[in-house]
Design a protein around this ligand. Structure first.
Ligand code: ADP
Ligand code: MG
Length: 407
């Protein structure tokens, strides 16, 4: 049996026309001989009646009153609505179909409610249904604990449901359908010239995803890479093949690693600066132990004997500053910053990359508040109001609108 997993994101299910397109993609692949497993997200985006963010807002009035276990019960509803609606649509078009919850599909997780990890997937039930020629529609983003409680997998969890099911079922391919044509060289919401990449490695898309390109979740990429299952990121709204993710690109594509693959961003971060206190040498230890103890995730860390600079998410900033003051420090903070990443497999050892970044941003009058680099990525921190300008300037400086593979 040739198995294909198709995952449809929120916007792919939000309107009748979109759902029509979804049915077409399912029917086409069935005609091509695939046994199809469909993973669905909740319908629409924030503000839409059944979107996950809307469900979340149902309990905002007394935040904290709902324990994580019950919160997951609420959060899991969006995908169940999608799965049932899609199943009924398939049946009405004469396509045999069964809808399953994550638990019903055999997805067993740990009991970390809100951010559960998949422990195993039992495939008997799905395989049985596929043998009966049914399209199996599975709710994304959720699983079940050994005790039978519904869990959710955290942001972007439906992508992980899809690749994990793909791995467990030994699928030939996992298709991630969304509202853009594939992985682009930058977020098209900010960079109109962003170009679609036809073929990328797991490492490239994983890096893009980790640095904020939300078209696929980084965990989903890891799972696919481990199982060596090819993934395509593609649009629900066209029949184009999208971006192929694999470690064995077609010969024509097997050029050397791209110099720069793309540019990603994360907005909504605060830069915190802490100065060491006279006569005390425990600043570094104090600061980072305190952040860790309170589960505040820190990034962009730069430590010197005289002080520390790092970033936290805006929504953690007030808490972080309060903790630092309690420890006797006098921190300063700049909120509303954005971290921009220039990502490439082939930039390591290439001289002049940083010089070009500085040049691009200086030409646009964008101040670099901080920077750091690894062998595959260079990061800069800028004010959020400069973010779009900076993304466009870097995109142009590295000629990403054109097919290039070198400096
Ligand atoms: P879905 O609901 O289908 O999961 P998401 O909103 O999670 O969709 O992801 C798709 C969005 O990711 C696109 O609309 C696009 O704005 C954004 N995006 C950010 N960076 C990139 C990139 N490099 N390539 C493609 N899309 C990107
Ligand atoms: Mg998504």
């Amino acid at each position: 049996m040739r198995i294909l997993v198709q995952k449809f994101g929120g916007t792919s299910l939000s309107t009748e026309q979109a759902r029509d397109r979804v049915i077409r993609h399912i029917a086409r692949e069935r005609e091509d001989g695939f046994a199809v497993v469909v993973v669905v997200s909740a319908m629409g985006r924030k503000g839409d009646p059944y979107a996950t963010d809307t469900l979340l807002s149902l309990m905002q009035d007394n935040e904290g009153a709902l324990p994580p276990r019950e919160r997951d019960l609420l959060l899991g509803c969006g995908e169940m609505i999608s799965a049932a609606a899609l199943c009924s649509l398939l049946l009405s078009r004469g396509i045999p179909s069964t809808a399953l919850t994550g638990g019903g599909a055999g997805i067993l997780t740990d009991d970390q409610f809100g951010n559960a990890r998949i422990k195993s997937i039992g495939t008997d039930r799905i395989m049985g249904l596929l043998r009966q020629d049914k399209v199996v529609v599975v709710t994304g983003f959720q699983g079940v604990t050994a005790a039978g409680d519904l869990t959710t997998l955290g942001r972007g969890g439906s992508d992980t449901s899809a690749t994990a099911l793909g791995a467990a079922l030994r699928a030939e391919l996992v298709d991630i359908y969304t509202d853009v044509n594939g992985l682009l060289t930058a977020d098209p919401r900010f960079v109109a010239e962003a170009r679609q990449l036809a073929c990328v490695s797991y490492t490239e898309i994983g890096n893009m995803a980790r640095q904020g390109a939300k078209v696929i979740h980084p965990r989903a990429v890891e799972v696919a890479q481990q199982a060596r299952i090819p993934v395509r990121v593609r649009s629900t709204f066209s029949d184009e093949p999208g971006t192929l993710v694999t470690d064995t690109p077609p010969a024509a594509q097997a050029v050397k690693d791209r110099y720069v693959t793309g540019i990603a961003h994360v907005a909504g971060v605060t830069q915190i600066t802490v100065k060491a206190l006279d006569g005390r040498n425990d600043m570094q230890l104090q600061v980072f132990q305190t952040m860790a103890k309170h589960h505040i995730s820190v990034d962009f860390i730069n430590v010197t004997p005289s002080g520390a600079v790092y970033t936290v998410f805006d929504h953690d900033a007030e808490h972080a500053l309060q903790l630092l003051r309690q420890s006797g420090f006098a921190p300063t903070a700049v909120s509303g910053c954005a971290k921009i990443s220039v990502i490439g497999g082939g930039m390591s050892g290439q001289p002049g990359v940083m010089a070009r970044i500085v040049e691009a941003l200086t030409e646009q009058g964008v101040t670099i508040m901080q920077s750091a680099d690894s062998n595959m990525t260079i990061w800069v921190l800028v004010q959020q109001e400069d973010m779009a300008k900076a993304l466009r300037a870097l995109h142009a400086k590295f000629d990403l609108h054109r097919e290039t593979d070198g400096p």
